[in-house]
Design a binder for this molecule. Structure first.
Ligand code: ZN
Length: 172
């Protein structure tokens, strides 16, 4: 039986369609999707692998198993939830051999192509780490679970470093 037969009236039918669309969008997993338009082959390969990991429910289960991180009150469950609501994240690149940074991220992930003489797994780790930063910023334009500096020294328990390492553990 369709909706109009049981409940006459277009408005009610339209409301039912809208409610069904809302339910569908809320119930669909909307994992982050990294989108890279550049041409660097190492970045391209790492983006493809990071996207596979960022769509794996087991990755989020491991993030959610982290109850606390350094420098934040956010739990793994809270951060996992924000990551699964963020949608597309843009990735671009720059070249700066003088910088210590592998990447820089506010709303967009920027990969330093002068810092790619390392393993595929390590570059994927950087992309997952930067995805945490992009999620953090793009959710509410504030840094809620970040770290200081470009080194994990003394910062290794913060969410970007921990979640980047979790992601690296899923690299094929
Ligand atoms: Zn970072």
């Amino acid at each position: 039986m369709n909706a109009t037969a049981k409940y006459p009236g277009y408005r009610l039918k339209l409301n039912l369609i809208a409610a069904m669309a809302l339910f569908t969008s809320l119930s669909m997993a909307q994992t982050p999707r990294l989108h890279y338009k550049g041409s660097n082959s190492k970045v391209k390969a790492a983006v493809a692998e990071a996207n596979r990991i960022l769509s794996d429910p087991e990755f989020y289960r491991k993030v959610e198993a982290c109850q606390t991180f350094g420098n934040t009150t956010y739990s793994g469950t809270a951060i996992s939830g924000e990551m699964q609501r963020i949608g597309q994240i843009e990735v671009d690149d720059y070249w700066n051999p003088l910088s210590k940074a592998n990447a820089g991220t506010v709303s967009v992930i920027s990969m330093n192509t002068a810092k790619l003489k390392r393993s595929h797994a390590s570059i994927v780790n950087t992309l997952i780490h930067e995805s945490v930063h992009a999620t953090d910023w793009n959710t509410n334009a504030a840094w809620d679970y970040t770290h200081d500096g470009n080194s994990p020294a003394g910062q290794g328990n913060t969410a970007p470093w921990v979640i980047g390492a979790i992601g690296e553990g899923f690299v094929n």
